[in-house]
Ligand binder design. Structure first.
Ligand code: PLP
Length: 279
């Protein structure tokens, strides 16, 4: 008889700090699916509850920072965590609590998607949150994955209409590297070009560009999908460049197989590999 209780099958664990998107397109649900698709296991500490649909975030409420820190410590006491993914942080107190955790575990790779706005353009951050992120999270991250507006907002740069946007992106990435994070992947979907360029900046290394063709639709949860799949692949032992390359391909595929459960943006199909009904 087959032994279904196969104790030798262990999956690396990724700890996620993210908000809950009840529509299932972004946030913690996106993390769980994207990390599972890489063969890793997500454990989840919720930072915020949101009220949202496939078009908009109508409101959000940050959760209690003391309980959040206690929950993360409880997981660390129980499991070996291979990577940490941070998404929506929602309040200064939550940022400080997450910072306390990552500083205590400085040997673990931290991948941070600085969620400052929703896919539908709703603001999910205030200026004091950006300041807290810069002081308490940016210096301790291995990889930050902002889109272009997030990179500019984090580094306090207004996009200079007269300047080449490439210069603005480079200035922003270099400011984040100077603040102490090891790598910055600026995703390019918010540009207006047909071909999308994602730019990876690493201290003392050549910049590397990755290209995708532009898909016709708008998506909810693509940034979460990318950052979580990178975290899952790093947890599986890939170096950051390989993880980024594979995660960009995976995210692009999930968008090609996207579905549309609501009236707004399409959702990435993060389980397209296991979904025999996907077309
Ligand atoms: N996390 C949560 C909880 C959200 O509600 C959202 C957007 O609505 C995001 C992250 C960011 O989503 P995206 O991956 O589309 O940038």
């Amino acid at each position: 008889m087959t032994n279904l209780n196969n104790t030798s099958c262990t999956k690396p664990v990724v700890l996620c700090f993210s908000g809950h998107d009840p529509s299932g397109g972004a946030g913690i649900q996106a993390d769980i699916e994207a990390i599972a698709a890489q063969g890793a296991h997500a454990v989840t500490v919720i930072t915020a509850l949101t009220c949202q649909d496939s078009s908009h975030v109508h409101s959000f409420k940050a959760l209690d920072a003391t309980q959040l820190q206690h929950q993360a410590e409880t997981l660390f006491n129980d499991m070996s965590i291979a990577a940490i993914k941070i998404g929506m942080t929602a309040s200064v107190e939550v940022v400080v609590a997450i910072s306390n955790i990552i500083k205590q575990h400085s040997d673990i790779a931290v991948i941070f998607d600085p969620v400052l706005a929703s896919g539908g353009g709703d603001d999910l951050s205030a200026n004091d949150l950006v300041t807290a992120i810069n002081s308490h999270l940016v210096p301790y991250c291995d990889l930050i994955t902002p889109n272009i507006p997030e990179a500019l907002k984090l580094t306090n740069q207004l996009a200079d209409q007269a300047a080449d946007i490439t210069d603005n992106i480079e200035l922003a990435a270099n400011a984040l590297l100077s603040a102490g994070c090891k790598s910055v992947l600026v995703t390019g979907t918010h540009s207006d070009t047909d071909k999308i360029t994602h730019r990876l900046f690493q201290a003392k290394q050549m910049q590397e560009d990755f290209h995708n063709s532009r898909l016709p639709d708008e998506y909810h949860g693509s940034g979460c999908t990318l950052a979580s799949s990178i975290a899952g692949l790093i947890a599986r032992g890939n170096n950051s460049r390989d993880a980024i390359r594979q995660a960009l391909d995976y995210t692009f595929q999930s968008l090609q197989y996207s579905h549309n459960p609501g009236k707004g943006q399409r959702f990435p199909n993060r389980l397209y590999n296991t979904d025999s009904k996907s077309s």
